[in-house]
Ligand binder design. Structure first.
Ligand code: FO1
Length: 322
């Protein structure tokens, strides 16, 4: 165990950006990223774990900077050949990326858990952080719409988040076991902060919180838990966060993000674009620029989040004498 340990909870693109910032400002091997796996699915016979791969590629500096997912300098021969045969091309798998899915599928079929495969791949790609799937069990996000439930990637990629969301459900989460290393990271006496990345709270962070053992460990961990609001000026930077909030009849506001995470977080990082709300929060708030365009932005935000966490008292800590 290192002297200071930080845990981040993350979905895909936005979360991986802040995790990279944290990785770069922390000593090696002090960051543990617990990643959503409820977006995972089986496609063309391959087991795809998009948020794990986005995290791995981002932290290994291999990610495609234009999309935020997949590999940089990718080639698309497999997709072109699949199209020519009349196969499915709505979910784009690049040639280099394909190796990840083939290798993961092979190892899963031989009985290895996703967590061990992910840890091994991270080590081979020389990532000085622990990347841990939220569970080795199968959990799947189902998106409720007026015309029935959709599988997550059908909603997100094939239909480009166009259907109106009426409900979200994380099939299998109730009985899913957390990966023991994730629980150990949250119980580590050297844990200094837990950072909930600015991933979509409803699609990417809620599946993690839906795993009973993870939610309980988060509630009881000795370190402050800080979330970064994914909204800037009441709008989502990328992706359907604001659209989903509106569809679920929630106010599209950082105040709603604070309400959503109530009971889990001890502080919230809010963009300066939402400073007019500052007086209304009922928990400590750090106002800063949260847009992460450059690497320098990610590092600065990571440092500010860690400093902010250092100023927070864990709710109930004094009363319980911890
Ligand atoms: N997102 C897309 O919008 N279109 C794609 O074709 C696509 C392919 C893809 C392949 C591998 C992978 O790891 C991720 C991929 N993503 C794609 C991203 C991904 O499915 C979503 O961003 C996440 O599930 C949401 O976090």
């Amino acid at each position: 165990m290192t002297s200071t340990s930080i845990v981040s909870l993350s979905g895909g693109v936005g979360g991986a950006k802040l995790s990279l910032g944290l990785l770069r400002v922390l000593p090696p091997d002090s960051l543990t990223v617990i990643v959503n796996t409820a977006d995972d699915f089986t496609h063309l016979g391959l087991r795809i774990a998009p948020d794990i791969d986005t995290t791995v590629y981002t932290l290994a500096n291999l990610v495609n900077p234009l999309t935020g997912w997949g590999r940089r300098d990718e080639t698309w021969t497999f997709m072109a050949a699949t199209a020519a045969l009349g196969g499915e091309t709505w979910f784009r798998l690049g040639d280099g990326d394909l190796a990840m899915h083939v290798e993961r599928t092979r190892r899963l079929a031989s009985g290895e858990p996703l967590s061990r495969i992910t840890a091994d791949i991270a080590q081979r790609l020389k990532i000085p952080a622990n990347i841990i799937p939220m569970t080795d069990d199968v959990v799947a996000t189902l998106v409720g719409t007026a015309s029935g439930e959709l599988a997550f990637q059908d909603y997100f990629v094939r239909q480009q988040c166009a259907p109106c969301v009426t409900a979200l459900r994380f099939n299998g989460a109730e009985s899913a076991r957390a990966v023991p290393q994730a629980i150990a990271a949250l119980q580590n006496p050297a844990l200094a902060a837990v950072v909930i990345c600015p991933s979509n709270p409803y699609l990417s962070i809620d599946p993690i919180l839906a795993i009973p053992a993870l939610k309980a460990s988060l509630r009881h961990c000795r370190a402050p838990v800080v979330a970064v609001s994914p909204l800037i000026g009441g709008k989502a930077v990328k992706g359907p966060t604001a659209k989903i909030m509106a569809e679920l009849d929630l106010s599209v506001s950082a105040l709603e993000i604070a309400r959503h995470y109530a009971g889990v977080i001890d502080g919230l990082v809010v963009d300066v674009g939402d400073r007019h709300l500052a007086e209304q929060f009922e928990l400590p708030v750090l106002l800063t620029e949260t847009l992460m365009t450059s690497l320098a932005d990610r590092e600065r935000l990571a440092l500010e989040v860690l400093r902010f966490a250092g100023t927070l008292t864990k709710a109930g800590q004094q009363a319980e004498g911890r």
